[in-house]
Design a protein. Structure first.
Lengths: 146, 146
């Protein structure tokens, strides 16, 4: 029955708009919230979801996005604190089953974990990829030989 | 012979300082370049590498970092254009064998590829992780059933 999910995305920057465009394209119902209306310019012409202009840390704005009906909630603003706050509201007050927040500061990941918020940390992922590159350079430099 | 690599890192933000600390700790020779001296505060007390204060798009600054001897070069500033520029200088002028640049805008990745610069795009990686989360939500919502 449920082929399409109801997904609310806070933040319409590079990541938020990319997710909104992709997920709308494959048939999900999307609502994007951003306090800056100009960011909606990054939504593609075939984006079929809704745009809500407002501060997502305000319950009224989240209610306007019909957050209670959401299957998935993404917090993708550039502020780690904003993401944590809206993610907690989505989880605890609106009972959204699947909540994810982007967090730039790797030191915060553990705190978010303890607060029950699933996170994605692009900084840590990038760091791992850079460190892998070093490992491959060591191999190329003949590090295996004593 | 070559257990330790000579690694030059441009940008001492969250990613740059994390890489510098990690790689110094395991015995590599590190030089970090940043135009803002305050960013070096994020280097750990046991960081054994060198700090260079300056604009890394200037050849003189890169020479001061002894870039010619580098095995690996990382461009990790918050500016995609700066990263592309310094990465190209490292590759083409200083002939560093392994050059990597962080790029936030996924649309630029292809251009950088064509210019021979290996990139790591945290935005794309984060997007993939968010999309995977949606896939798991669909599965949980019983999407498999028609």
């Amino acid at each position: 029955m449920k082929n399409s999910l109801y997904i609310v995305i806070v933040g319409c920057g590079r990541l938020g708009s990319h997710l909104a465009n992709q997920l709308s394209r494959v048939g999900h119902s999307i609502v994007v919230i951003d306090s800056n209306e100009d960011t909606f310019d990054d939504l593609s012409p075939d984006f079929s979801g809704f745009r809500v202009v407002g501060d997502a840390t305000q319950i009224a704005v989240l209610s306007q996005a019909k957050l209670k009906q959401a299957d998935v909630f993404f917090a993708t603003t550039h502020g780690d604190n904003v993401n944590l706050m809206v993610a907690q509201i989505a989880r605890k007050i609106f009972n959204v089953p699947h909540v994810l927040a982007r967090v730039f500061d790797p030191r915060r990941v553990q705190i978010y974990d303890q607060l029950g918020i699933e996170t994605i940390c692009p900084t840590s992922v990038a760091a791992e990829m850079f460190l892998l590159a070093v490992a491959s350079s060591r191999a190329a430099a003949g590090d295996a030989k004593p």
